[in-house]
Design a protein around this ligand. Structure first.
Ligand code: PGA
Length: 279
């Protein structure tokens, strides 16, 4: 039975996805080169491909927003709530502006934004609700610090972050939300989370979604793992039943690293990729 399965966190598969978060890296020209390299390598990769996303800087988004890059989708690393007409928000770029340029998704609540830019749970929730309204797919990041992990608070921290992030989302929209589990101590450190443990936490994320939105929502939602995913550990992580793919930082900056990660997902999730396609 479904309820029992959720308690055992087995066999739940959202849409397979690999998303590159380029952070504050690469000039527009370098981004163009990276996109060309990825596109060329994906043309040679086995099909079908999963949903592949790249989130460059805002400048590079505009510069490299080229229709010839057809194998992957483009999105924003961060965008403010606001209208395309503008507003008194020095330095900000709105979700509407990205949407108008063809962005499909927006990363929300990355720990680097939470820590360095004072992104509170409340702001994360407002941005997520706004993204859904504007037709941008929200990829919301949650994760515990090393201190929280060592104090055995991981599951409580994550469940609390999720409940706040998806508060007031309509039931019909919940499957559009992507959740990325990114333990802070694994980001950009080369120390990826043990795949068993990453899977256990992603299972607890599904249970939180089940508690708030029911079993069907928990089955359908896409849950990614992020934090030092590399070509040599991607397959083991993606083989886990609660992990639908990855949010990739450092390794998305080179086609030679990124495409093998995509291929690892192709190998582990072939039938789900066929079911969902790359849209
Ligand atoms: P990393 O970053 O792959 O470089 O650890 C992941 C992320 O911050 O999304």
């Amino acid at each position: 039975m479904r309820v029992n399965s959720i308690q055992n966190y087995n066999y739940f598969k959202g849409q397979p996805m690999v998303v590159g978060n380029m952070k504050m890296n690469k000039t527009p020209n370098e981004t163009l080169k990276l996109f060309s390299d990825i596109e060329a390598q994906l043309w040679d990769a086995p099909v079908p491909l999963p949903y592949i996303g790249m989130a460059p800087t805002a400048l590079s988004f505009l510069y490299a927003n080229n229709p010839s890059f057809r194998s992957f989708h483009k999105g924003a690393q961060e965008a403010d709530i606001g209208t395309v007409k503008g507003g008194a928000m020095t330095g900000a770029i709105s979700q509407d502006m990205y949407k108008n340029l063809g962005a499909e998704f927006v990363i929300i609540g990355h720990s680097e934004r939470r820590v360095n830019f004072d992104e509170t749970d409340e702001k994360v929730n407002l941005k997520l609700l706004s993204a859904l309204k504007k037709g941008l797919r929200p990829i919301v990041c949650v994760g515990e610090s090393l201190l929280q992990r060592e104090s055995r608070c991981t599951d409580r921290v994550i469940s609390d972050q999720i409940a706040k992030a998806i508060s007031n989302v309509n039931k019909k929209d919940i499957s559009k939300v992507v959740i990325a589990y990114e333990p802070l101590w694994a980001i950009n450190t080369g120390k990826s989370c043990d795949p068993e443990e990453a899977n256990r936490v992603c299972g607890s994320i599904r249970r939180t979604v089940a508690r708030l939105y029911g079993d069907k929502a928990a089955e359908d939602i896409t849950i990614l793992y992020g934090g030092s995913v590399k070509p040599n550990n991607a397959e083991e992580l993606f083989n886990k039943n609660n992990i639908d793919g990855g949010l990739i930082g450092g390794a998305c900056l080179s086609a030679d690293d990124f495409v093998p990660i995509v291929q690892a997902l192709c190998r582990t999730r072939k039938s789900d990729i066929e079911k969902y396609g790359d849209k």
